[in-house]
Design a protein around this ligand. Structure first.
Ligand code: GLY
Length: 394
């Protein structure tokens, strides 16, 4: 990793992390008291979360889509930090709902079972040892295994397995879904989950990362003979640009795949993604939604990409001790900028934690809004800053 050296102007004083966490937890409590069991929508609208709307047989506020696990993960983070049983009770009620969801197969045709179940049931397993949560996590891992597309050995990202438009397609985000499989190997004693995760991540390492360290958002393999076919975007500016959140998923995702597999090539891949990400940050360290844009472009930022990358920097600092100081310095600079310029502290009327993200600009969804994943990674980044060596629930 040719880590970009921390420049002197980034060595500013950092916020008091525990105070920032306490403020975020208070904000979260107010939001949780208002929502109760109902899940908020993926993103805010004009800075405010509303309950997830009713859709396709699901009631308003129901557990559907790929982002509800972040709400549960936020509750676990808040409990972990504060010890407040209010958050534990909310998270445990969510875990019961996630158990019901996986058992009934409700909106489970997605690789995002990793995001959903790691931050709900695996987090519960790690924090409380709840046997029902372990069983639900393993059931989710089994469903994820069912999405492997052979002979390429990649996990299909989206949709029904019989959909020809989606067969053999993966996306960079999927790296974040592999920890569920590594955990399942540890929890069950079965090596096949971890082997599948290693194969999938290896295919992304070899094909979704471009020679300059940037990444494609999505990549296709031939479903018949497993040949790599090529990359394209879905949420980025162009097929050959670099979607900021995808690059951040690459940094943290490859680092997490290294944590479990100890395969050095994933550490190298994470470092290549990181170098490209850092080299394309604007002055305030929070990227525009696609890294093709820089200061003066008047494009919106994606604060969630910054929060994810900050977690990736801290994760890497725990594996690359010789570079830890530089990595932590960059994480501090990004996280400080989020606290002072992008957090709820700057927007008293919002019920979110981290403002100014982008969900899907090409589809005009969630542009310059908060998101459940942005809020989650903001709080995870703060906990990682306040508790050196703490690794979260991945
Ligand atoms: N995993 C979907 C996204 O990052 O928007």
């Amino acid at each position: 990793m040719a880590l970009t050296v921390t420049s002197p102007d980034l060595r500013q004083s950092v916020p008091d992390w525990p105070v920032s966490i306490d403020q975020a937890v208070s904000q979260l409590r107010r939001q949780d008291e208002a929502f109760g069991a109902a899940f908020p929508d993926d993103t805010t609208v004009e800075g405010l979360y509303r309950p997830r709307p009713a859709c396709a047989g699901f009631a308003a506020g129901a557990n559907r889509g790929w982002t509800t696990g972040f709400r549960t993960g936020l509750r676990w983070l808040a409990y972990d930090w504060s010890g407040d049983d209010f958050f534990r009770q909310g998270a445990e009620a969510d875990v019961v709902d996630f158990t019901r969801r996986v058992e009934a197969g409700l909106d489970t045709d997605t690789h995002d079972l990793g995001f959903l179940y790691t931050l709900s049931c695996v987090a519960a397993a790690r924090l409380t040892g709840d046997p029902a949560a372990i069983a639900a996590g393993l059931a989710a891992a089994d469903r994820l295994m069912g999405r492997i597309c052979q002979p390429a050995g990649v996990v299909q990202a989206w949709g029904d397995l019989t959909d020809p438009a989606q067969r053999g397609r993966t996306i960079i985000d999927s790296l974040m879904n592999m920890p569920l499989l590594y955990w399942a190997s540890q929890a069950s004693g079965r090596p096949d989950y971890a082997a599948a995760a290693h194969r999938h991540a290896s295919q992304l390492r070899d094909h979704i990362v471009r020679p300059d360290g940037s990444t494609f958002h999505t990549f296709y393999w031939d479903p018949t003979d497993g040949r790599p076919l090529g990359g394209a975007t879905a949420q980025g500016h162009a097929d050959d640009s670099c979607w900021a959140r995808g690059q951040a998923w690459g940094v943290l995702g490859f680092a997490l795949n290294f944590r479990y597999s100890r395969d050095d090539s994933f550490l190298v891949a994470a470092g290549r993604c990181l170098d490209y990400f850092l080299a394309h940050l604007p002055g305030d360290q929070v990227p525009y939604w696609d890294l093709v844009f820089g200061d003066g472009s008047s494009q919106p930022r994606d604060s969630s990409a910054a929060a994810i990358a900050a977690c990736g920097l801290r994760e890497l600092s725990s594996h690359q001790l010789d570079q830890a100081a530089g990595l932590i310095g960059r994480a501090d600079a990004i996280t400080s900028s989020l606290v002072t310029g992008y957090s709820h502290r700057t927007a008293p009327r919002s019920n979110a934690l981290l403002l100014h993200g982008v969900y899907d600009l090409p589809k005009s969804v969630g542009v310059d809004e908060a998101s459940l994943w942005g809020d989650y990674f903001y709080l995870e980044a703060l906990l990682r800053a306040a508790r050196p060596g703490w690794l979260g629930y991945w």
